[in-house]
Design a protein around this ligand. Structure first.
Ligand code: G6Q
Length: 546
């Protein structure tokens, strides 16, 4: 792995020089100068058509970015991850979400133990359980079949399950209702269980640690809610299962370890949707389709591990993020799926990317002197077009966009919905890149005073990703694409993409304040004056101040 400062790498200096030459060349000119530009900057792999020609790059940019990746040790770092080395240095852990989708028979060792058989044993246990719930063979305490599945978890134990459920709803068993509770705000639990009968409801408590405040609060509330209706502790075994690495805590909660689905410390929360954390996904779409999703993940893993960097989708995607973030000073990346089922995909990616690359020191603890992770955000198209796209088109900020679209509609309504959708995605990418010049406006008869308002500078970069249809397999490929793009970014920035000390801090801070809110008398507050006043004011609003 590289240990030199990023700024001292020859490719970094070369890119700095190259940027100053390229920064003012518009995309219009880059396209006009190179009739082959589209073919040059389109990669087709694994059923994905990845067009990155509308980026502010030349072949020289790609050559230098690939050199940057090489000089940063990306190849060696990829090998280190896939072979189970402890590349999460601050937590001294291997990073092996890729083992979760490794086919049977592959060998991957952690501390001398092959983990692949364990992965498949859990998958088989999940499949057995999922089939029982789907078929109705799994009976609730009163003998009724399960109709509602409520996933309780937060962060990595929620965002993946929610996103995958929404993304693959088209493939879900529709006589089962899926709901998700994450927030400690009681509204979340109340609304998620509104109208449900406990005797037909299964709770999946998802928590790697089984200590997370929000999840434990919601799990205890769920148990109370269920027992109020079912009236017998023995009902817990029929209505609660757990997904965790912490057997002791699961048993303490009262869930039989026979109803626990395990995973391992080498699976990070935000990289866990294809582990047992995906149990709700498997119940929804069935084990077969879950396996298809895993094979999509695995195909992208193999592509990332073996394809030359010049035609490696996650590497190219990650390098482009570095290019805009570090050289153009772009602060964000917009992810704009033209597929309603991907409505939670940007939210999912926010955690995957920002919890991974939101770091200010390198692996050896040195403060970085360059920008790290950008803000990821987005909404499905075409809705976003009637809202925030204005700023992307004509605002003062540079926002690289990822457009994602599919050739086949999942609902063919017998008219041209899908053509309208696709026409919009192509038009947006085109308008962002090429804009509308004052000359074009004048030629179309626009009044002179309106010309500046109606001018689009263009030169706004985007990638367009096209695939045939949103299937479980394609979802696996897309998620792995972003996972490995993040890995590429983190390797260049020399940061630990797999720890999350910021999250850990949040987990301890609130616990100090809870007793101060609940104290009977006037508590002795030792925070800053603002926090002390907020606590007192809350107590008075709540009507408990003495
Ligand atoms: C993810 C983070 C974090 C975590 C949640 C839930 O990478 O570690 O989002 O997933 O804090 O943690 P538990 O699964 O332990 O409840």
């Amino acid at each position: 792995m590289a240990n030199s400062n990023l700024r001292n790498l020859p490719a970094w200096s070369a890119l700095t020089q190259h940027f100053s030459e390229l920064a003012n060349i518009p995309l219009r000119q880059l396209f006009a100068d190179d009739p082959q530009r589209n073919e040059r900057f389109t990669v087709q792999a694994l059923g994905l058509y990845f067009d990155y020609s509308k980026h502010r790059i030349t072949p020289e940019t790609v050559r230098l970015l690939v050199e940057l990746a090489e000089q940063s040790g990306l190849r060696q770092h990829i090998d280190a991850m896939f072979s189970g080395e402890k590349i999460n240095v601050t937590e001294k852990r291997a990073v092996l979400h890729t083992a979760l989708r490794a086919p049977k028979g592959k060998q991957i060792f952690v501390d001398g133990v092959d983990v692949v058989p364990d992965v498949h044993a859990v998958l088989e246990k999940m499949a057995g359980f999922a089939e029982q719930v789907r078929s109705g063979a799994w009976k609730g305490f009163t003998g009724k079949r399960i109709r509602n599945v409520v996933n309780i978890g937060i962060g990595g134990s929620d965002l993946g399950p929610v996103m995958a459920y929404e993304a693959l709803k088209n493939y879900s068993q529709r006589d089962l209702d899926f709901r998700f509770v994450s927030n400690v705000d009681g509204t979340d639990f109340a609304e998620a269980t509104h109208g449900l009968n406990a005797d037909e409801t299964l709770f999946i408590v998802c928590s790697k640690t089984f200590t997370t405040l929000e999840t434990m609060a919601n799990a205890h509330t769920a148990r109370k809610w269920a027992l109020q209706q079912l009236g017998d502790e023995a009902a817990v075994a029929r209505h609660f299962v757990a997904v965790s690495t912490n057997r002791v805590k699961v048993e303490e909660f009262g869930i039989d370890s026979a109803n626990m689905f395990g995973f391992w410390d080498w699976v990070g929360g935000r990289y866990s949707m294809d582990s047992a954390i995906g149990l709700s996904t498997m119940i929804s779409i069935g084990p077969e389709r879950f396996t298809e999703m895993l094979s999509g993940f695995h195909a992208m893993d193999e592509h990332f591990r073996t394809a030359p960097f010049e035609s490696n989708l996650p590497v190219l995607m990650g390098l482009l993020v570095v290019w805009y973030n570090c050289f153009f000073d772009a602060q964000t990346v917009a992810v704009l799926p033209y597929e309603q089922y991907l409505k939670r995909f940007p939210a999912y990616l926010q955690q995957l990317t920002m919890e991974s690359t939101g770091k200010q020191v390198t692996l050896d603890g040195t403060r970085v002197d360059y920008q790290t992770g950008p803000v990821y955000w987005g909404e499905p198209g075409t809705n976003g077009q009637h809202s925030f796209y204005q700023l992307i088109h004509q605002g003062t900020k540079l926002i690289p966009c990822d457009f994602i679209a599919f050739g086949e509609a999942l609902h063919n309504l017998g008219n041209n919905h899908h053509d309208l959708l696709l026409a919009n995605v192509f038009a947006q990418a085109e308008a962002l890149a090429f804009g509308r010049t004052p000359e074009e406006l004048r030629a179309a008869g626009t009044a002179e005073w309106l010309v500046p308002h109606r001018t689009f500078e263009g030169n706004r970069p985007s990638t367009t990703i096209l695939a045939k249809a949103l299937t479980p397999e394609m979802l696996g490929k897309l998620v792995a694409l972003y996972e490995h793009s993040v890995f590429t970014q983190g390797t260049i920035w020399q940061i630990d993409c797999f720890d999350q000390w910021g999250v850990e801090l949040g987990k301890v801070l609130a616990e100090k304040i809870v007793p101060e809110l609940e104290a009977a008398g006037e508590p002795d507050l030792k925070h800053d004056s603002s926090t002390n006043a907020l606590i007192r004011h809350y107590r008075s609003l709540r009507g408990t101040a003495k």
